[in-house]
Ligand binder design. Structure first.
Ligand code: SAH
Ligand code: SF4
Ligand code: F3S
Length: 487
């Protein structure tokens, strides 16, 4: 998939970041030469990156230190993604690169975590001989045992899916952190059965995390200098947490209702500090409520940006996808967002080209929906059949690959136009920007994002990351705004 977009030379960095090919390496080098060393690499969505921080925390308690080079590691873990076929192929290829390590140092433990582990279970041990451990997303607390067993020469699999596990009590070790922005997982799993999607099978049933542990994590981050948190879930709008009997008194004391929905949670996190920005992802068009939009409006520090994946602009295709909304419903949600939060609120989407039986006219409906909404950006894919999903069982994957690729290219080209058009509207405007660090291209420039999640680059005149500045925009590309600091 990444390959295709790259071939089209329209690769948006953001697409690449969310896509399966990006591995993250641990940047922190350990300083304890005696400790055993852990190397972990993550693929897939932000949930997986966030899980790797939980896994690191669990293993650090067992005395592991992190390393950024796998040839120094005692344990190598790959936290994997199954969303498209290409995602799995990337991991398989990466595993072959570890053959040499296993030859030289047979005592090294190699583990596969995450969605591919959950999907393939023990089969992975048979298919990939160098793998010692296969551990699914809800079984990370068992890692210390499994690693120990592996060190004693016994391979292990734990792909138990839980209805309760949220890792609420574990403080994630912030990997590769810029020290300014952090992810907080607020829920796990997914109960929607979008017919193309493997996530309900790899992540299990939806469950929400205790809101107090979320607020506490946000408070600790703020105290440690972080200035932005992104609340993560596959479908944040269905966040719902009910107090158990023994928690009621505590909740009442804190003035919190018995049932906390997503709008309530957003408010609780926004109140941590007006200087802590709050973002969230992903919003499902069927569930995003006006209450959430009004809460966003009420708090300046809740960022005015919504990732609202449409997947398709055609109602028949949306029905086959089992998205449970149609084109009109989607358009109504977008209109309501703009009514309540204004035209400047950032909106982005995910689109799938060439889903089963999609006709040329239906593909045109996706393009016309894009024309209507004018997304700030999108993550765009062609359909990849996943074994075991509803679509794989019920529908034929009948759109030829060249047609899928051509339709995808049209979607990408349209998005490029719209990204540029939306960015040009910002020229002359002044935005509050949270500085995240120096620009990737030049140390003389700083980089941050505005409330609508747009990357803004401007001259470094002595400011520090973590500071807020007002930047007046004077130029742009489809991906970036350029400006200068104003008082
Ligand atoms: N929970 C999010 C999506 C998570 S997966 C939501 O409901 O919007 C991220 C994106 O991957 C999806 O939005 C979809 O566009 C894409 N995707 C999922 N399964 C896919 C498949 N089988 N083929 C191609 N793209 C897929
Ligand atoms: Fe997959 Fe749909 Fe759940 Fe998103 S909402 S994770 S696309 S099943
Ligand atoms: Fe991939 Fe699993 Fe996320 S399939 S997109 S890592 S939930």
């Amino acid at each position: 998939m990444t390959q295709v977009i790259a071939d089209l030379e329209l690769l948006d960095k953001k697409t690449e970041e969310q896509d399966e090919s990006c591995g993250v390496k641990i940047s922190k080098e350990s300083n304890n030469d005696q400790a055993r060393k852990l190397y972990i690499e993550s693929y897939g969505c932000q949930m997986n990156f966030s899980d790797s921080e939980i896994v690191t925390s669990i293993l650090q308690k067992e005395g592991f230190d992190t390393t950024s080079s796998f040839d120094k590691a005692d344990v190598i873990l790959l936290n994997t993604c199954s969303i498209r076929e290409k995602a799995e192929l990337t991991v398989r290829k990466r595993l072959t690169q570890f053959n040499k390590i296993k030859e030289d140092r047979p005592e090294v433990t190699i583990g596969v975590l995450g969605c591919m582990a959950e999907r393939l279970k023990a089969k992975l041990l048979e298919e990939e001989k160098i793998v010692d451990l296969v551990v699914g997303p809800d079984a990370y607390r068992d890692l210390p045992n499994l690693v120990k067993q592996a060190e004693d020469g016994e391979k292990g699999v734990n792909t138990f899916l839980s209805r309760e596990e949220t890792y609420a009590d574990i403080s994630p070790v912030r990997l590769n952190s810029n020290g300014v922005t952090a992810f907080i997982s607020i829920m796990r799993g997914c109960d929607n059965m979008c017919s193309f999607c493997v996530v309900p099978f790899t992540r299990g049933r939806e469950r929400s995390r205790d809101p107090h542990s979320i607020v506490k994590e946000a408070e600790e981050l703020f105290q440690n200098g972080f200035r932005e948190v992104t609340l993560l879930g596959q479908n944040v709008d269905s966040y719902k947490w009910s107090a158990e009997e023994n928690n009621k008194a505590r909740l009442e004391k804190q003035g919190v209702d018995e049932v906390v929905n997503f709008a309530n949670l957003l408010e609780m996190v926004a109140k941590v500090s007006p200087d802590l920005r709050v973002r969230f992802s992903t919003s499902h068009p069927k569930d995003i409520t006006d209450e959430v939009l009004h809460t966003m409006k009420q708090y300046e520090n809740i960022c005015k940006y919504i990732h609202l994946p449409a997947q398709s602009g055609n109602s028949r295709v949306l029905e086959l996808m089992n998205r449970t909304y149609d084109r009109e419903w989607y358009i109504n949600r977008v209109d309501t967002i703009r009514d309540i939060l204004g035209e400047d609120c950032g909106i982005s989407s995910d689109m799938i080209a060439g889903f089963c039986t999609e006709t040329e006219e239906e593909h045109q409906d996706t393009l016309s929906l894009m024309d209507y909404v004018k997304y700030d950006f999108s993550y765009m894919f062609f359909y990849s059949e996943r074994p075991g999903t509803l679509a794989a069982k019920k529908y034929e994957d009948d759109i030829p690959l060249e047609v899928k690729k051509r339709r995808l290219q049209e979607i990408i080209a349209k998005q490029q136009e719209h990204s540029l058009e939306r960015n040009k509207r910002d020229i002359g405007k002044t935005f509050k920007v949270l500085i995240e660090g120096t620009s990737k291209r030049s140390d003389e420039d700083l980089q941050g994002r505005n409330t609508a999640n747009k990357v803004v680059i401007f001259k470094n005149t002595g400011q520090q990351k973590g500071q807020y500045v007002n930047v007046k925009i004077h130029d742009c590309t489809a991906a970036t705004l350029f400006g200068e600091i104003v008082e």
